[in-house]
Design a protein around this ligand. Sequence first.
Ligand SMILES: Cc1ncc(COP(=O)(O)O)c(C=O)c1O
Length: 368
Amino acid sequence: MPDRPIPVPALPDGLDTPALVVFVDRVHDNVARLQRDLDARGVALRPHFKTHKSVRIARMQVEAGAAGLTVGTIGEAEVLASAGLRELFIAYPVAARGPKAERLRVLHETADLAVGVDSAEAADCLAAAVRDSRKPLRVVVEVDSGGQRTGVASPGDAVQVAIAASRAGLAIDGVFTHGGHSYRPGGAGAAGLDEVASLEAAARALEAAGFEVRVLSAGSTPSRLLAAEGRVTEIRAGTYVFGDRSQVALEAIDGEDVAAVVAATVVSTGPDHVVIDAGAKALTKDLPAYVEGYGLIPAWPGAVVERLYDYHAVVSLPGGTRRPEVGTVVAVVPNHICPVVDLVSTFVAVDADGRLEHWPVDARGRSG
Ligand SMILES: Cc1ncc(COP(=O)(O)O)c(C=O)c1O
């Protein structure tokens, strides 16, 4: 599949590469646009923090109107709670045993927390972890809408999990799903419909069993507007904030909205290739089936990031193109931005006037 164009602003001079460069104005625009689109539909936005792991960007999202934040791990939630961002949903089936049980207990006391659950066993662990608390822990039952990762398979199973959770002393907030199958060319429309249908069916089953269902939470970046329909109350997109090559390839975001690139320097040249200093430890080896190579270099049409080593990327150049010199700095759009963020301790944040700041990746490494 040929790449759609990704026009990237000029990189500031003097970067120490490899560096993750974030274009602040594009981030602001992405945050504002989705908020506006969901406000217009009367659906809340609870952006996923895992994409940027930055307290500063999380605050930007909340100030723009986000209802709270989604996280994937207790560690991410701890970072946000200690920064004063306390309206949190761990959209993950946490197995709260051992040290995680204690961390969850503390988090529950300090934050306004909801946690994903898709089994009676996990519900029992969550309930045991917070048994001495004076407030009940809120849980949201995960439903599989087609992504075949986590979540119960049927509305009846959702009722069973809710009954088990409720008996264990947990409060049922509602149901959630992640339309992971939106990550296929042309797949977002059907995935969005699946998300809405699965959530509504599970909500009806829970209501028939006597539960009040306040939350129907859906979302991925490709399906973020398509799933904001029917009874869905909130969308949890994450990647939309930066975008990446996959999102552009899937037509989920426009090339003009890509807000993060890896800046790399040419360190060596060969007859028909160059080597840049952004290897697997800068770009990751994420390689979706629908793109070629490990990133896109907009300034070098036809170039393919063919091979990655830890600190080297071998970039093949089409015949007849002028070979960039050693020392040339170039922007690479990563295939998938979320794991790339976890490889750096700071972003280089560049504003429209080319001013440059270093923003910490506050939750770097908080993968559990
Ligand atoms: C449970 C859950 N919710 C929301 C998201 C956000 O989706 P996206 O990265 O497509 O924006 C993810 C992403 O992996 C997820 O796993």
